[in-house]
Structure formats: structure tokens, C-alpha cells
Design a binder for this molecule. Structure first.
Ligand code: NDP
Length: 308
């Protein structure tokens, strides 16, 4: 099969496109998915740079967490999926603790049944690939923070993959009383269109110095000292980029297909919208260019690789 691989840590130039990679085998709890579209996430380049060397899988590594594709083979214990099903998911259950050798930037990927869900019928493969890791992270963070109807939230980096879903979930699924979010000037209208009541341009205002304080501050940027300053007296800050002082906590996503199934109706009804970066899709042979763009930290929503 065709696959992007690397066998040393480094910049984008360690990525090599091969056309003679053996198709991976599956175990009894897995299915083999023919990948139609994949999305990039910051963890893909952090891993390639050696950031999780202590726990990483053996080389050569095929990067990529997110996919949308078609089931072509089914393990003997698999109950909920069959050949021909159109599925999507984040294939790495524990991205930092147990990264897998076979990622989604390949024609075929072995995936645990529990990490997949049926693709929402109204979305094409390209849109579906943009969802899993980002929405699962956004949702898990809101749950861990005890977010619920009537609470207020500030999402730092509302235009990114995770933040764009955090805004929408808080507003349209959890029933937030007030959603604020940050971005640079050109993305302020986008934040409002996603459901932000207050859009803060971080190039003009320091959110942590404003009088408004929030029940939850969701840090998708990596500014923990600032994040905790925007929390109200009973509130909490959640960080997905590393340690944060109290009243904050950080976590790493546990990928979970059942969460995608749970959120399926919101995606199918159009209540939750998928934000695909306008430069996407990148064809499979342009993966290096896609990573170079991801690593600028300027993407608006998700960067998609399609067709594969
Ligand atoms: P993205 O690559 O999608 O973020 C890109 C966006 O960041 C751009 O739209 C940019 O908007 C915005 N941005 C950059 N600087 C700032 C700033 N100072 N304030 C506000 N917005 C800013 O990121 P993801 O959403 O995919 O991931 C965010 C972080 O979370 C990454 O570090 C990632 O590794 C981590 N992460 C952790 C997870 C976990 O389980 N712990 C899971 C998923 C992600 P603009 O151009 O307007 O600045």
C-alpha cells in the first residue's frame, strides 16, 4: 500500500512516501479501514519531532490520528461493524501513552472497533475526517470541567480544531449561558458564527485583564498563567497543552468512538458544524506541504488530506 512513514525524528523532511508498505494485519477486535480522507493534528508533528520518544512505537512510524473511510475486513470479535460500512474515528486511543505504529496517512489502517463510529450521513469523507480527535478532546474537556447548562465559558483559540468544537458544544449541546472565545482579528466573525456571544481579538485586548470572569476557561493555546486569571471564584481552567496552576487541570484525550456516536445527531442535524481550513484538501502527495502549514499554528479548523 501507499503510506507516509518516517524512521527518524525531525522536521517535515524525515517524512517519506512509500508505495510498497505491507498492508497491516488486524487482530480479532479490529477492522481494516480503507482510508478515504485523513486530518492532521498538532500531536502528529510533535510526535515526529520526538516529543513522545519515551513511549513511542518502533520505527517506521506512519503518522496520523484521524480518518474517514470504508471497512474492508472485520475481526472475529467485532460486533457493530461490517464490510462496506462508512466510518470515522481517531485511531490512537492513548496518543501519548501508547502511540501506535500504523497511523492514518496510509491506504489501509487497522483500527479497534471501539474507536470508530458510522459516518454521519450528511457529511462527506473529507468533512468527517475533520471531526474525531478535535471533537472528542473538546467534549472530554468540557465533561471533566463539569460544564453544564447555564454555565459560562471562555475558549482560548476558538478558531482551531479543538476550540471551534468547544465553542459549539458549549453553546449548542451543553446549553452555556455565555460563550466567549479568542482569535486574531480576521477570525472574529467566524467565532461568532460558531456560537460565541463574545469574540475577543487577542491582538487588541488581553482577555485576562478584562472584568468578565468565567465558570470554565478552556486553554487550547498554551497560556496557563493567563488562563487561570480569567476564572471566576468557583470556576476551573482546563488545559490541553500541559501543566496549569490551580484552579486548573490538564488532561490528555482518550479516544472514544462511542462519543462520536453520541454526538452524531447534532452533526446530522447541522447543529454542530465542521470547520475545514480553506487551504484543504491537500492531495496525498502533498502531505509535507500540509504539515508545513499546520506547523505555522495559523490553520482555521482542520487540515485535510484527500483523496488518499
Ligand atoms: P490548531 O492547530 O487547530 O490551532 C490553530 C489556531 O490557533 C489558529 O486558528 C490560530 O488562530 C490559533 N492561535 C494561535 N495562537 C493563538 C493565541 N495566542 N490565541 C488564540 N488563538 C491562537 O490547534 P488544535 O486545536 O488542533 O490544538 C490546540 C493545542 O491543543 C495544540 O497544542 C495541541 O497539541 C493540543 N491538543 C491536546 C490534546 C490533548 O488531549 N491534551 C488534544 C488535541 C490537541 P489565529 O491565527 O487567529 O491566531
Amino acid at each position: 500500500m501507499k503510506a507516509w512513514q518516517y524512521d527518524e525524528y525531525g522536521d517535515v523532511n524525515v517524512l517519506k512516501l512509500s508505495s510498497d508498505v505491507p498492508v497491516p494485519t488486524i487482530n480479532d477486535d479490529q477492522v481494516l479501514v480503507k482510508v478515504v480522507a485523513a486530518a492532521l493534528n498538532p500531536v502528529d508533528f510533535k510526535r515526529r519531532q520526538g516529543y513522545i520518544i519515551a513511549t513511542d512505537s518502533p520505527f517506521p512510524i506512519i503518522p496520523g490520528h484521524d480518518l474517514a473511510g470504508i471497512v474492508v475486513k472485520v475481526g472475529s470479535n467485532v460486533k457493530s461493524l461490517k464490510e462496506g460500512d462508512e466510518v470515522y474515528g481517531d485511531v490512537m486511543e492513548r496518543a501519548l501513552a501508547e502511540p501506535k505504529q500504523f497511523g492514518t496517512l496510509a491506504e489501509y489502517v487497522p483500527v479497534d472497533e471501539k474507536l470508530l463510529a458510522l459516518k454521519p450521513k450528511n457529511l462527506d469523507f473529507l468533512q468527517a475526517a475533520a471531526i474525531p480527535l478535535a471533537i472528542e478532546t473538546a467534549y472530554e474537556g468540557l465533561e471533566r470541567a463539569g460544564f453544564s447548562e447555564g454555565k459560562s465559558i471562555l475558549v482560548m483559540n476558538g478558531a482551531g480544531g479543538v476550540g471551534s468544537f468547544a465553542i459549539q458544544l458549549a453553546k449548542h449541546v451543553f446549553g452555556a449561558s455565555k460563550v466567549a472565545a479568542t482569535s486574531s482579528t480576521g477570525k472574529i466573525e467566524l467565532l461568532k458564527s460558531l456560537g460565541a456571544d463574545v469574540a475577543i481579538d487577542y491582538t487588541k485586548e488581553n482577555f485576562e485583564e478584562l472584568p468578565d470572569k468565567y465558570d470554565v476557561v478552556y486553554d487550547c493555546v498554551g497560556q496557563p498563567e493567563k488562563a487561570v486569571k480569567a476564572v471566576n471564584e468557583t470556576g476551573v481552567a482546563v488545559s490541553i497543552t500541559g501543566p496549569i496552576p490551580e484552579p486548573g487541570f490538564d488532561f490528555v484525550l482518550t479516544a472514544n468512538g462511542s462519543m462520536l456516536t453520541k454526538l452524531g445527531p447534532y452533526l446530522e442535524s447541522g447543529k454542530l458544524k465542521v470547520l475545514v481550513d480553506p487551504k484543504s484538501p491537500y492531495p496525498f502527495n502533498k502531505v509535507k506541504e500540509a504539515f508545513t502549514y499546520l506547523e505555522t499554528h495559523r490553520a482555521t479548523g482542520k487540515i485535510i488530506i484527500y483523496p488518499i
